[in-house]
Design a protein around this ligand. Structure first.
Ligand code: NAP
Ligand code: MG
Length: 509
């Protein structure tokens, strides 16, 4: 079912579809264009965070499956069936793939919702449209990749060619299961690479279906394969494989560091990392009226959307003392009831459970630590009581009186928890914003453009927004500084990162 029809479905419709999907979704590995059991026969439980029930059992790929997929990927790459396909033919297949995703939008949306608890309306209105955009954008870019002819002496022609890299491994997280995977596999495929994806164990279903649709669109079966399984097994085997030429990873900083180790201990494959964040938003003393209201509303959405399970979530609000009390009062008034926990299959619900109960305990623990370090819980701070108790829910939480070195200001919560830090000057705001191992996204709110430019220059992050947050389009490079990573997703630069440049020197005389 397409997204237009999906937008008309009721809670009961989605529940019926979910019950059906749990029986029919493909749980095996997608290797060489067909679904197969794991070589060693292992499976893992795919758990629904709404009630802790087992959705299905998924094949747990191991090194043996990765080896098989890499052998197929390499043969496919060498054959040229994808890597040497004329750019416009590759484009046509990718456009068709995007169309098939649109046609199957409801089913794909449902897979991510039941796997990781994201509200179905967000899947239908945000994630799936962005997935389609991603594929279309990189398809459009395929014949815009150019090499160069460099300045040389008269009897030489010196050129730089852009070539696909070979076999590319992608490892993705569960917070935007399909979208984060496509931010990697779409540019990798567009550049002509044979691509193998290891999705997060909490969200194994949608990527299987999307890979199947790629083959249905005419893509060669060796060009895109999906090996679900545990990170320490399938993920590690992919990142250590001697024939994999690049690993593109999105996930935690902790695992990102391991990927570097695996690369160094194997074949020095290229490593692209998109890791954690602790997004600072600075609110300056001049804020008032409509701009202040907009700043507060944006801050609320910037932390509570997607249950706060967003790498770039605005989790640290750095507020000038002159406006602090008014800001906090408005945030409580506008934010306390803005996101209400409920069944993510209900189209009116805007806050689902966290991805799993482990996450829920971790976030609740972090809230307790914040309190013990002097933080004041203004609202939330607990799991909901009553019928939602079985789920991994957390009520949206605001904590004030936080200091820049407090645990809640330093650790990525990856939940709907915001920390407010009061500062007395712009200098202090910059210092607090940069007091983090992360540097993914930041913002400033002010009517003073000279001040805005100063913050833009001085805050260490890959994406900076002035008087907005979580905005952007496919042209905008997305990626972090410091321990948030070393790569850019979306954007043309991302596509080029899936190519090698080769210097070719012609002696003509
Ligand atoms: P994670 O635990 O690091 O897992 C990410 C992926 O790595 C999963 O597929 C995981 O498999 C795999 N993995 C785990 N251990 C591995 C190992 N030893 N070797 C190879 N692969 C391994 O992260 P997550 O909890 O899924 O995602 C949340 C994190 O992602 C947050 O820190 C968030 O900030 C970050 N994130 C960053 C961006 C960005 O663009 N910067 C975007 C989204 C999310 P398993 O599932 O089996 O563990
Ligand atoms: Mg799950």
């Amino acid at each position: 079912m397409n997204l237009h029809d999906a937008s008309k479905l009721s809670h009961a419709d989605w529940q019926a579809k979910a019950a059906e999907l749990k029986k029919t979704a493909e749980t095996r590995l997608f290797i060489g264009g067909e679904f197969v059991d794991a070589a060693e026969g292992g499976t893992f439980d795919n758990i629904c965070p709404v009630d802790g029930s087992i959705i299905n059992k998924c094949a747990a790929g191991t090194e043996a499956d990765i080896n098989k997929a890499v052998t197929i990927a390499k043969a496919s790459f060498k054959s040229g069936e994808w890597s040497r396909l004329a750019p416009r033919d590759r484009m046509a297949i990718m456009y068709k793939w995007a169309d098939l995703i649109a046609q199957n939008g409801a089913e794909l949306a449902l897979m991510d919702t039941i796997d990781m608890g994201k509200p179905i309306t967000d899947m239908v209105e945000v994630d799936i449209p962005m997935c389609i955009d991603t594929i279309q954008y990189f398809a459009e870019c395929i014949d815009k990749i150019t090499g160069t002819v460099t300045a040389t002496e008269y009897d030489v022609m010196s050129t730089v060619l852009r070539e696909p890299i070979g076999v590319v491994g992608c490892i993705s997280p569960w917070n935007y299961p399909l979208l984060m995977a496509l931010w990697k596999i779409a540019p990798s495929l567009a550049a002509g690479n044979s691509t193998i994806l290891k999705p997060a164990e909490q969200s194994p279903l949608s990527c299987n279906r999307v890979a199947e649709l790629f083959v249905e669109a005419g893509g060669p079966s060796g060009a895109l394969q999906v090996v679900n399984g545990m990170g320490e097994q399938a993920g590690q085997a992919l990142a250590r494989h001697m024939e994999v030429s690049k690993i593109s990873f999105t996930g935690s900083t902790e695992v990102g560091k391991l990927i570097h180790v695996y690369s160094g201990e194997s074949n020095m494959k290229k490593v692209s990392l998109e890791c954690g964040g602790k997004g600072p938003q600075v609110f300056c003393e001049d804020l008032e009226g409509e701009l202040l209201d907009r700043a507060v509303q944006t801050a609320i959405d910037g932390i509570f959307f997607n249950m706060g399970e967003v790498c770039s979530a605005g989790s640290r609000l750095i507020v000038h003392s002159k406006i602090h009390d008014e800001f906090v009062a408005k945030f409580i008034e506008m934010g306390k009831g803005a996101y209400i926990c409920g069944d993510p299959l209900d189209p009116s619900v805007n806050l689902g459970p966290l991805v799993d109960h482990e996450s829920q305990s971790r976030v609740l623990g972090l809230i307790e630590t914040a309190k013990s370090e002097g933080g004041k819980v203004e609202f939330g701070g607990a799991a909901p009581a009553g019928e939602l108790q079985k789920g991994a829910y957390i009520i949206p939480t605001m904590i004030t009186a936080v200091n820049s070195n407090d645990t809640i200001a330093q650790l990525e919560a990856f939940g709907p928890v915001v920390a407010v830090i009061k500062v007395d000057s712009d200098d202090e705001a910059v210092e607090v914003a940069n007091n983090s191992i992360y540097g993914l996204q930041g913002s400033v709110w002010t009517d003073n453009y000279r001040k805005a430019m100063r913050f833009a220059r001085e805050i260490e992050c890959g994406t900076f927004l002035v008087n907005s947050y979580e905005e952007g389009d496919m042209t905008q490079p997305f990626g972090g500084f410091k321990q948030s990573g070393n790569a850019k997703d979306m954007c043309f630069e991302s596509l080029l990162s899936y190519t090698n440049s080769k210097a070719v020197w012609f002696r003509l005389n």
